[in-house]
Design a protein around this ligand. Structure first.
Ligand SMILES: Nc1ncnc2c1ncn2[C@@H]1O[C@H](COP(=O)(O)OP(=O)(O)OP(=O)(O)O)[C@@H](O)[C@H]1O
Ligand SMILES: [Mg+2]
Length: 262
């Protein structure tokens, strides 16, 4: 049965999608069967894998609306052995269309039930909001949330709102919801500020923070325009090393034994 992690932070541009793609790609390279779920109407995760969002016929939207089973619409990237439940702009409509539906926050969780046993890891990439789509991501996060935090000024600002939302979800919908890990992203070792943010986040979240820290890296920013995860675009870059370390850390913490380290 898959471990299901959701990448969430309502702050935009903190590295949710970059982490989803690259963690997913490294987990797959380590022999794990990985499904990525693009829960963002911007469809960045879908585009990052080289798929034109305008060509997407069905995916997350249909799964949420219950109009087509996820199993029928999952795409397979053979090169990186990644499966994808893709997004398209129509997904934005789901926020509104689901409002009057019963159990509207549990739609994604339900949609994943029939396919869970086909994967070792399911990673869900949320949009930068705390709306109904992200709530669906949280309720589906069976094994916890991965929260990317950018090592920049005001990094902790807004995390309060995220933590409040997590608390509300625990109270009303999913009491076992946990934080799987806080991931420090876009770390720039030339600035004191970045180190201060790292210290502050570690003080606050203690052992919930991943040891792996993702550096600011031009290669990471370039990779999506080539439709490639960093392991294929620049496997020796610092950004690649960091995601590889993250994948190994996740596997180790999860008690998953792999034959060879990536
Ligand atoms: N470590 C990094 N170093 C340099 N650039 C990065 C890094 N991580 C992400 N980026 C770039 O920063 C931008 C935002 O990253 P990303 O799309 O992963 O964030 P996000 O949290 O998913 O954003 P959104 O909230 O819009 O969904 C992208 O252009 C991405 O390529
Ligand atoms: Mg994103």
């Amino acid at each position: 049965m898959a471990r299901i992690y959701t990448l969430a932070n309502q702050k935009g541009g903190v590295g949710k999608t970059t982490t989803t793609i690259n963690l997913g790609a490294y987990l797959s390279s380590l022999g794990q069967r990985v499904l990525l779920v693009d829960l963002d109407p911007q469809a960045n995760a879908t585009s990052c894998l080289g798929i034109d969002k305008r060509s997407v016929r069905a995916g997350t939207y249909e799964a949420l609306m219950g109009s087509r089973p996820a199993a029928e619409t999952i795409l397979h990237n053979k090169q990186f052995k990644l499966s994808l439940l893709s997004s398209a702009p129509a997904l934005a409509g789901a926020e509104v269309e689901l409002v009057n539906e019963l159990a509207r926050e549990g739609r994604l969780k339900q949609a994943l039930v029939p396919i869970k046993d086909r994967y070792d890891y399911i990673l869900i990439d949320c949009p930068p909001s705390l709306g109904l789509l992200t709530l669906n991501g949280m309720v589906a996060a069976q094994d916890g949330l991965i929260i990317p935090v950018q090592c920049e000024y005001l990094a902790l600002e807004g995390l309060g709102m995220l933590l409040d939302t997590i608390e509300r979800v625990r109270k009303a919908l999913f009491p076992q919801l946990r934080i799987r890990g806080v991931l420090l992203t876009m770390y720039d070792n030339r600035t004191n500020l970045a180190q201060e943010v790292v210290d502050e986040v570690r003080r606050h979240f203690k052992n919930q923070v991943f040891t792996a820290v993702i550096p600011r890296s031009v290669r990471l920013a370039e990779a999506p325009s080539h439709g490639l995860p960093i392991l294929a675009y620049f496997p020796n870059s610092a950004g690649a090393e960091a995601h590889r370390a993250l994948a190994n850390e996740v596997l180790q913490q999860d008690g998953v034994k792999v034959a060879v380290e990536a």
